[in-house]
Design a protein around this ligand. Structure first.
Ligand code: GLU
Length: 492
């Protein structure tokens, strides 16, 4: 009997490229990746693209991009050949054929020549007798002569696996022991009449030949697992360890889907969430440490991860918690990482190009220090710092209307403020504050109201860090220039 040896930890993520990488798939990938890294094992990416109609190279590309964005690099995969390849199921047909032949030769599988009509009438009979349909096994007793004659006649056939009597036991790391009576299965098809094999067959061949030690996947596959175990046994392969991770629900207790909002990793990327936080959040979907710790860097996750700490209860997805973690991660990013994200934002918005000068980097570091913890997403970085890097401020119509079209005319007071600022020998926060507050008192309005007008003038928006600190970082020249510009523009 052929036996493959499982000596090392080898796990795989095996997405079907029929769509984008969703939360559930990403979590499966992460758990496999963490398990491999924790045990110094190997993480394999296998693309299950046997469903020709629904699979596409674009989806594969998108899944790969999302995994890379999350930082989940694989050791072997379609773009990283290893000794167990190919890693695309569509390129593994020659292997599947070999094992179909083996099962046929050993009479563990058989050719079924039943026509659609014959099967349909079996189904109708089952329905009328109010029992669940299972293939009758009609072709399981064909003689060699009959088979040869049908083959000569070129009659189409499928290949079915002979299901032995008895029961099949799944010892799942997360869900414990589950027993299945084999009589609930019929001799199911493993090779279709087109010659292509089915998922349950391909996955067993691949996992066995790739020496996969642990199969960690979503519990939507639990009903497939006993069939796969029967196949392992028929083929004489050692069983991997199985771990079925519970499903993810939306806040309403229903299975997480698009109805609940963004559920794909590329959407989180486009929304500007930090991948460090997304990974942290995904890990908490069904896994926890005994102290219920919430914040993890990737390295901490690798250290702490174990299959035993995965819960068998469904996990509830909570976008607010993901956003909270995103902010928590930002707070603890080191200077270089904050810079990296900020430069990416500024560059893609076109405010800087071709790298930053020394002065710009200095300005950036100071701006980021000023912004502090106000960041949840990359978009927030841009909102908080864009005006330090803009050559000129363009004022949106609604802002001009809100601040300059009626009531108190701020232009005169801005003019006075800018004149006083220009005359300052010491351009510092205390002096500027005095000027602004003095003018507010003269005008009989609240300080904060005038400060907000100045904020709008200097930044073109209603949000920024403290206005006096912002003025200091902008510097005298830019501050004076921006105030003068608006007075000139609106005064004429
Ligand atoms: N290709 C399957 C899926 O995307 C996964 C198979 C498995 O992990 O065994 O659902």
């Amino acid at each position: 009997m052929e036996k493959n040896k499982i000596t090392d930890i080898r796990v795989r993520f095996a997405p079907s490229p029929t769509g984008h990488l969703h939360v559930g798939g990403a979590r499966t990938a992460l758990f496999n990746w963490l398990f491999a890294r924790h045990h110094n094992g190997k993480f394999i990416l296998r693309i299950e693209d046997t469903d020709e109609e629904r699979s596409s190279a674009e989806n594969t590309g998108e899944i790969i991009r999302s995994l890379k964005w999350l930082g989940l690099e694989w050791d072997e995969g379609p773009d990283k050949p290893g000794e167990y390849g190919p890693y695309l199921q569509s390129e593994r047909n020659f292997l599947y054929k070999k094992y179909i032949e083996k099962l046929l030769a050993e009479d563990k599988a058989y050719r079924c020549f039943c026509t659609q009509e014959e099967l349909a009438s079996e189904k109708t009979r089952a329905e009328s007798e109010k029992r669940q349909y299972r293939y009758s096994g009609k072709c399981s007793h064909l003689t060699d002569e009959e088979i040869n004659s049908f083959l000569e006649q070129k009659r189409p056939y499928v290949v079915r696996l002979r299901i032995p009597k008895g029961e099949t036991v799944l010892n799942d790391v997360i869900r414990g022991r589950i027993e299945f009576k084999n009589e609930i299965f019929d001799d199911f098809i493993i090779q279709k009449s087109s010659g292509g094999v089915v998922y349950n067959f391909a996955v067993v061949i691949d996992d066995a030949l790739m020496n996969i030690s642990h199969v960690i996947r979503g519990d939507d596959h639990i009903s497939n697992t006993p069939k796969q175990i029967i196949m392992y046994e028929a083929l004489g392969f050692s069983l991997p360890v199985f771990a079925h991770v519970s499903m993810i629900l939306g806040g309403d207790g229903k299975r997480l889907s698009k109805r609940h909002g963004a559920v794909s990793v590329d959407q989180y990327r486009d929304d500007g969430l930090f991948p460090e936080a997304v990974v942290n959040y995904l890990a908490l979907l069904g896994w926890s440490t005994s102290d219920s710790r919430q914040f993890f860097h990737l390295n901490d996750l690798i250290k702490a991860f174990s299959l035993e700490n995965i819960s068998s209860n469904p996990a509830i997805f909570d976008i607010k918690k993901l956003e909270w973690l995103s902010c928590e991660h930002w707070k603890l990013f080191d200077r270089d990482l904050k810079r990296k994200y900020a430069v990416e934002c500024l560059t893609s918005a076109g405010f800087v190009s071709g790298g930053l000068s020394k002065d710009e980097i200095e300005l950036l570091d100071k701006a980021l220090a000023l912004v502090g913890d106000r960041i949840k997403k990359t978009g927030d970085i841009l909102i908080q710092i864009n005006f330090f890097f803009k050559k000129e401020i363009n004022y949106p119509e609604n802002i001009l209307k809100k601040y300059f079209s009626s009531g108190t005319s701020f232009l005169e007071v801005l003019d006075k403020i800018v004149n006083s600022m220009e005359q300052l020998e010491n351009f510092n926060e205390i002096e500027i504050e005095k000027i602004v507050k003095g003018q507010a008192a003269l005008l009989g309005i609240k300080d904060v109201k005038l400060m907000q007008v100045i904020r709008v003038v200097l930044t073109g928006q209603e949000i920024s860090a403290g206005i006096f600190e912002t003025i200091m970082l902008l510097g005298k020249n830019k501050t004076v220039e921006r105030i003068k510009n608006i007075v000139r523009k609106l005064g004429s």
